[in-house]
Ligand binder design. Sequence first.
Ligand SMILES: Cc1cc2nc3c(=O)[nH]c(=O)nc-3n(C[C@H](O)[C@H](O)[C@H](O)COP(=O)(O)OP(=O)(O)OC[C@H]3O[C@@H](n4cnc5c(N)ncnc54)[C@H](O)[C@@H]3O)c2cc1C
Length: 304
Amino acid sequence: MVNILIVGSQGDYGLVGLAQRVGDAVVHYLVVGGDATGLERYGVSKAFIVQGVVDEQSLANAVLELARANNYALIISPINKFYRTAMPMVAQSLGAPLIMDVTDLKPSGDTFEVSFNGIGSRAQVTAGVKQPAILMAPPARFKPTEKPTSMSKETLQVKSVGQVKVVSTEEKARGGVRIEDAELIVSVGRGFKKKEDLQLAFDLAKVLGAEIGCSRPIAADLKWLSEDHWVGLSGHKVRPKLYMAIGISGQPQHLAGMMESRVVVVINNDPNAPFFKNCDYGVVEDLYKFVPALTNKLRELLKK
Ligand SMILES: Cc1cc2nc3c(=O)[nH]c(=O)nc-3n(C[C@H](O)[C@H](O)[C@H](O)COP(=O)(O)OP(=O)(O)OC[C@H]3O[C@@H](n4cnc5c(N)ncnc54)[C@H](O)[C@@H]3O)c2cc1C
C-alpha cells in the first residue's frame, strides 16, 4: 500500500478524489488554512493542520519534512500561484518529477500512469511516472467518494524561514476588465499597424457588447492595452461563447489561452496563418477593409 500526501486548503478536498484513483492507499492531508472540518468523510487517515506564518518556502520545508518521515509515493497539490512556487522547491529537493494540470491517475505496478493537459493544453498526455512524484491539478476537477473513517489530527507549527523578504507591493494597473469572465471577446493582434487603429476593434466590440482581448505583443511589448486584456499561456485563460481574433497569427502560446472558446472566428490577411487551423469560421481579408464593413453590417442588423 502506498502513502499519499495532499497539500491544500479546506476548499481543496476535491484532490482527495484524485488520490482515491490509486485504490489502496494511506492518504494524509496537510491543511493550509482551516481545521480539516469534514475531511474525515473522505477516507483521509491523518490531517496535519498548519499553524503559523506560511510562505512558499516554509510550506515547501514542511512538506519535505513530512515526505522524509512518511515516504510518500505521491504528493498532490492545487495548481494556483502559491503552490506553483512552493511545489517545484519540493520536487527539486526530492529529485521528483512534477506534473501540472493532471486529469487522471492509475496505479501501474510500482509506477503510476498519469494523464495531464500538455503542450499548452493542446494535447492530453499520458506518462508512466516513478514514485515519488508531485502532481498538481485544479481540485474542482475531481469529486471524492465518501468513505467515513477515523482521522487523527496533528498541529504543525510552520515558521517563516525569511529567505525572501517582501520589500514593497504595488497593485498592478487594471483597466477594470475581467476578460476571464467575458462571454464575447474581440481580440486584437499585431495585424493592427498603430494604436489608434484599435478603434476599429473597439467599434466592433461595442456593437456586439464584447470585451477586448489581445495577443501578448499588444499588451507586453507595445503596451497599447493593459495586461488584463492579454490572452494566452502567460496571459489570461478565457472561455467565451464567441472569440473573434483579428490580426493574430495563432501561435500555440496564444491558443493555450482561448482553446476552450465555443465559437472561434479568425480574420487574417494571410491564408497560411496558423489560426485558420484552429477556428470555426475563417475570413482571409485585410482587417482594415473587413472589420469596418462587419461593424456597419452588424450595426444595421442589431439596430445599434
Ligand atoms: C514563453 C512564451 C509565452 C508566451 N505567451 C503568450 C501569451 O500568453 N499570449 C500571446 O498572445 N502570445 C504569447 N507569446 C508570444 C507568441 O509566441 C506570439 O509571438 C504572439 O502570440 C504573436 O502575436 P500576434 O499574433 O499578435 O503577432 P504576429 O505573430 O506578428 O501576427 C500578426 C498577424 O496579423 C496578420 N495581419 C497583418 N496585417 C494584417 C491585416 N492588415 N489584416 C489582417 N491580418 C493582418 C498577419 O498575417 C499575422 O498572422 C508567448 C511566447 C513565449 C515564448
